[in-house]
Design a protein around this ligand. Structure first.
Ligand SMILES: Cc1cc2nc3c(=O)[nH]c(=O)nc-3n(C[C@H](O)[C@H](O)[C@H](O)COP(=O)(O)O)c2cc1C
Length: 387
């Protein structure tokens, strides 16, 4: 099966936001951030997001302080609570294969899926924060070996979600004749809860192509994004698969480009230097530890790391029109989903839905037409109470 990026231009882009389930927001900076990591703030945010045209929320998995996030809520339980507090939003919980048995996670997600009527998803993250593993007394595998385990893990999840009497005898997991009952909710167009995948190195790309439903790229410029998905596309085509692509970006939408740029300048000027430097040391276990020196954060500057998923590189910084245009440029290069983060989540998620999304839809319709296609309609959804 070839991935036909062009025919996908008929599919409206999807939008997600990072759940701020850790303290300090999504930038390592002392600039004012009207964002809180507590549950009440997040519950309201999730409801604002589903009313504002966001289809997904992504909860990060963090067990110990890093990048200034000295308090963290656990990802799977937080995601489940958000699912229970919303009606349409799909919530993606990040999970580390080295910390979970795939059978336990598969069962957990099925329960979350039933509670939420088919809205549970996972983001499989292979890990870079070595101290979390070592200090928990868990094995810390060498970089590419982590992806060997991740591949087995995802195959096990999929097998346990879709088959009865499932067996898989691998290097890391040994599962015999297991049937999980009930199975996940039967959702049209979805074979099982969606599997997202975060990781940017050569090994990550090859693995994602073989097993992920969605590949997440860290923030990238246009060229960087194309390069990043290249390895995934090649690997997916070899395996006859067609994953979709998400891209992280930090959004600063202001009335003028000058104001937006000034906000970026202030975020970086007020960066919490020791926390950024500590983070830079920890991420040496990621892309920089590979033989080809490719992968996440391998080419990130100090300024890039202030948004710890390289979100400034995507340049969603300017007026709503400029941001919408930039987003559609990424769509031309194969992006299916934009994963967003902000300084002031509740206000800016709402603003994104009100001011940026309608322009994106217009530009997408033009783009589809220019390619002899018609943009598929996005279902209009009634506004739900937020408070
Ligand atoms: C969108 C996205 C979300 C991620 N979320 C998490 C997370 O919640 N917890 C975590 O430890 N790592 C997370 N990661 C990091 C990856 O799992 C991986 O460790 C990192 O990309 C380095 O991998 P690489 O060296 O293969 O590029 C995320 C990555 C991306 C792109």
């Amino acid at each position: 099966m070839a991935i036909d990026l062009q025919s996908r231009l008929a599919d409206p882009l999807k939008f997600a936001y990072w759940v701020p389930n850790v303290s300090g927001g999504l930038v390592i900076s002392t600039i004012e951030q009207r964002t809180s990591w507590d549950f009440d703030y997040n519950k309201k945010l999730a409801r604002i997001a589903e009313n504002s045209g966001f289809e997904y929320a992504l909860t990060q998995a963090r067990y110990a302080a890093s990048y200034g996030a000295d308090k963290q809520h656990e990802a799977t339980s937080f995601s489940l609570a958000l699912l229970a507090a919303t009606e349409r939003l799909k919530v993606i919980a990040a999970v580390h294969p080295g910390m979970w048995h795939p059978g336990v996670l598969a069962k957990y997600v099925i329960t979350a899926d039933h509670i939420s009527n088919g809205r549970a998803a996972v983001n499989i993250v292979s890990g870079w924060l070595k101290d979390e593993f070592v200090n928990f007394g868990l094995p810390w595998l060498e970089h590419d070996e982590r992806y060997v385990r991740t591949e087995e893990f995802i195959r096990a999840l999929r097998g346990l979600w879709t088959e009865t009497d499932y067996s898989q005898h691998g290097k890391y997991y040994d599962i015999s004749n297991f049937t999980l009952n009930p199975p996940p909710v039967d959702v049209p167009g979805r074979a099982h809860p969606e599997v997202f995948f975060g990781g940017n190195s050569t090994a990550a790309q090859a693995t994602a192509g073989r097993v992920a439903d969605w590949y997440f790229s860290n923030g990238k410029d246009l060229e960087g994004f194309s390069e990043n998905i290249g390895g995934v596309v090649a690997s997916a085509q070899e395996s006859g698969r067609a994953p979709r692509f998400g891209l992280n970006g930090f959004v600063i939408a202001r009335d003028t480009q000058k104001e937006a740029r000034e906000t970026l300048r202030e975020i970086v000027a007020k960066a919490h230097k020791p926390a950024v430097e500590g983070f830079r040391d920890s991420v040496q276990e990621a892309g920089a530890s590979t033989t080809d020196n490719k992968g996440m954060w391998a080419d990130s500057s100090y300024e890039d790391l202030v948004q710890y998923n390289d979100g400034f590189k995507t340049e969603l910084i300017g007026t709503p029109e400029q941001i919408a245009e930039r987003i559609v440029e990424y769509k031309k290069r194969g992006v299916n989903l934009i994963l967003t983060c902000y300084l002031h989540f509740q206000e800016e998620v709402e603003q994104f839905g009100r001011e940026i999304l309608p322009i994106v839809r217009e530009l997408e319709a033009d783009l589809a037409l220019a390619n002899g296609l018609e943009l598929r309609a996005v279902e209009a959804a009634p506004a739900l109470p937020v408070g």
